[in-house]
Design a protein around this ligand. Sequence first.
Ligand SMILES: [Zn+2]
Length: 245
Amino acid sequence: MPEWLLVLALATLTALATGLGPLPLIWVKKDNKTLLAHGTAIAAGLMLSASFNLLTEGASTGLWRTVGGLLLGLAFIYLSDRWLEGRDIEFADLKGAGATQALVFLGVMTLHSFAEGISVGVAFGGGQAFGLFIALAIAVHNIPEGLAIGVGMVPRGMPWWKASLWSIFSSLPQPLLAVPAFLFVETFQPALPVGLGVAAGAMIWMVTAELIPNALKDGERMSIAATLTVSVAAMTAFQGILGGV
Ligand SMILES: [Zn+2]
């Protein structure tokens, strides 16, 4: 099998992993607000931890490009969030403010997947073992991202399987960009820290603007904070076992 096909196959698997995220919601009743709030807190902790891992990875190859990317991500999200705010849009099965929020969230998650696709491709350019390791790390961090997308959509009336498909959609830039990034490593490599910075900035924004306020709305403050912190601890341990990404 040519190596680019392997890259494509693995990046497709990482995208499919995102679809696993909303699955726990099959068993959660839509009106169990406390449990959903804790699900949101878990997703927030995992994403926060993942963001800082992206920043560390970016900074190790280009500190200022990573910082610049982070600020670029902030500007982009700020402007798109403002543009969408108050607009009455319909999205899939959702309407009104919930639809706007879900759409912003989905947009940000899709955007940051571009950077992850590049990082899978560039990693494979550095050898198959390293590529496999990065693909696995991204596949695993995609699962809480799918959960975060699901907790935004399923309680607002979308069936879990549709939320799962939208989650996979948000990760499609991964297989799409992994192959060109692998084939043209030299071109993509300098852009990688910028992309990682954008991805991390967008995720930190989402955690702060959407996930934590949503979790605090239906969950008790201390227990939400505890769940989120334990979730950061779990992700830190996991990344450490993998070797730190
Ligand atoms: Zn991600």
